[in-house]
Design a protein around this ligand. Structure first.
Ligand code: ARG
Length: 498
């Protein structure tokens, strides 16, 4: 069975984890035995609607309120910018089709981590876990919460944009998310559903407002709409980067496969419906922006949704910055919810200290991994800023999306005879892979900055930890594990993926 492969490869025996539990109880921890008797495991609480909310709620965050300006600036024309917005949706859809095949073939949580482990073995999987845990997840949480904080500051225009209070607000947002997600899976899912609904309503207002404006004849921006289009392919790649940040999160449901009810049906459905919904919403929202302001005005606006609100809603305009707060907070919640899962799966497989994979005995949440992911996001907020974080994020994320879809192609050979619920035409993964390669290389060709070298060194830098700690296991952390088990009331999960 594919799920057991992870343990067999890394520990040589599924039972190792259980024996450790018993040892712990010999040492006096009451939780070791609780686990063995009571089957502590994550529940299958995510259904179709929950899955769609997780996808939509994580994807829609800061991007649709920030990126339209950058996309328009780079493409040079309304026509091409709308094509980039729709094209990014198509790319995200290709990605989620590929991930639907992967998620129904390898039915473990952890997304990329699980697929890379199956296709390329533990070292590549470890490098993904390392990059996901240290760069990708925490940097997205940090970027979104910093955007959240910027909008909080927009309520106090006379104060300007001081850095320290902004960072404190962002940190406070992260801490509250850490608490909610550690206390209850249900509460985290409720936050997700509530905030997704709130932001869909807000974007709905923008879309309906746009349709009304169009009916009234505000269509001048769409005439002659390709005038001024850029001719540079690498600038177009950068425009895609901007829009793709807004679409990022399309892969998030695959992190929680083991918590999805009937994953073979609900995972692909939620993936496809979620991304399609977001694409339609994003394209219509962009059209609406341009019915209320000219492209020159959009380029001058620092917060496009706020400008739109001022023009169209008049005195009700404050509703929009509030909506942006809901939107970003909900997106960060989705990222914490799923990001913690990668740590959980990597810890369970022995790639991180084992206690990372434990779940709380009463609350049934993967508390240690949530605390770990959020703590790194807090450090990033302390030492970095949005644009540096976005550079690091995009490069590393697209590198691994590419490698993961390559794993799909590899498994077409290595798991030739395994029954597949979904088997895509081979051109889909190939097309996605080519786009990912282009997206990783184009910005470096356009502007070879030292950051990309740092990011590349970081990608393989994880090996420095892999060899001594994972391969040779030179550090014994049993004592810390026992102590943390008692302190956090956590225990190993008995759940074995199928
Ligand atoms: N698309 C989101 C936004 O516009 C960012 C999502 C970050 N990535 C993630 N996996 N949560 O802000």
């Amino acid at each position: 069975m594919s799920g057991h492969g992870v343990y067999e490869k890394l520990t040589g025996d599924n039972g190792v984890r259980h024996r450790k539990g018993e040892e712990t109880s010999d040492q006096g921890s009451q939780y070791g035995s609780v686990v063995i008797e009571n089957e502590v495991e994550l529940k299958k609480e995510v259904g179709l609607i929950g899955g769609i909310s997780l996808i939509v709620g994580t994807i829609i965050g800061s991007g649709i309120f920030i990126s339209p300006k950058g996309v328009l600036q780079m493409t040079g024309s309304v026509g091409l910018s709308l094509i980039v917005w729709a094209g990014s949706g198509v790319l995200a859809m290709l990605g989620s089709l590929c991930y639907s095949e992967l998620g129904t073939l390898v039915k473990q949580s952890g997304g990329e981590y699980a697929y890379l482990n199956e296709a390329f073995g533990p070292i590549v999987a470890f490098l993904y876990a390392w990059n996901s845990i240290i760069v990708i997840r925490p940097s997205s949480i940090a970027i979104i919460c910093l955007t959240f904080a910027e909008y909080v500051e927009s309520f106090f225009p006379s104060c300007g944009t001081p850095q320290i209070p902004m960072k404190i607000v962002a940190a406070a947002a992260i801490v509250t998310l850490m608490i909610v997600n550690s206390l209850s899976v249900k509460a985290a899912a409720r936050v997700q559903i509530l905030f997704t609904a709130a932001k869909l309503i807000a974007l709905g207002i923008i879309i309906v407002g746009g349709i009304v404006k169009m009916a009234q004849g505000s269509t001048s921006e769409f005439k002659d709409s390709f005038k001024g289009t850029t001719k540079s392919p690498s600038i177009i790649a950068l425009a895609f980067y901007q829009a793709l940040w807004a679409y990022d999160g399309w892969n998030n449901l695959n992190y929680v496969t083991e918590e999805i009810d009937k994953p073979e049906k609900n995972l692909p459905r939620a993936n496809i419906i979620g991304v399609a919904l977001v694409t339609v919403v994003y394209v219509l929202t962009n059209i609406s922006y341009l019915t209320a302001m000219t492209s020159a005005e959009l380029l001058k606006s620092s917060a496009v949704a706020v400008t739109w609100g001022d023009r169209v809603l008049g005195s009700a305009a404050t509703i929009l910055p509030v909506a942006v707060l809901f939107s970003t907070y909900g997106s960060a919640n989705g990222t914490v919810f799923s990001g913690g899962r990668v740590v959980f799966v990597a810890g369970r497989a022995g790639h991180l200290p084992e206690f990372m994979s434990y779940i709380h005995v009463k609350l049934l949440t993967p508390m240690p991994s949530i605390i770990f992911t959020c703590s790194i996001a807090l450090i990033m907020i302390g030492i970095s800023n949005i644009s540096t974080l976005v550079d690091f994020f995009s490069f590393t994320a697209w590198l691994f999306y590419g490698v993961t879809v390559a794993s799909l192609l590899v498994m077409r050979f290595t798991k030739k005879n395994e029954k597949r619920v979904i088997k895509l035409p081979i051109v889909i993964p190939i097309l996605f892979l080519l786009c990912a390669i282009y997206l990783v290389i184009a910005p470096i060709v356009e502007d070879p900055q030292i950051q990309f070298l740092y990011a590349a060194i970081f990608v393989v830098g994880g090996l420095v930890f892999y060899i001594p700690f994972v391969h040779f296991k030179i550090l014994k952390i049993d004592t810390i594990t026992t102590w943390l088990q008692m302190f956090l009331e956590i225990a190993p999960s008995q759940h074995m993926p199928e």
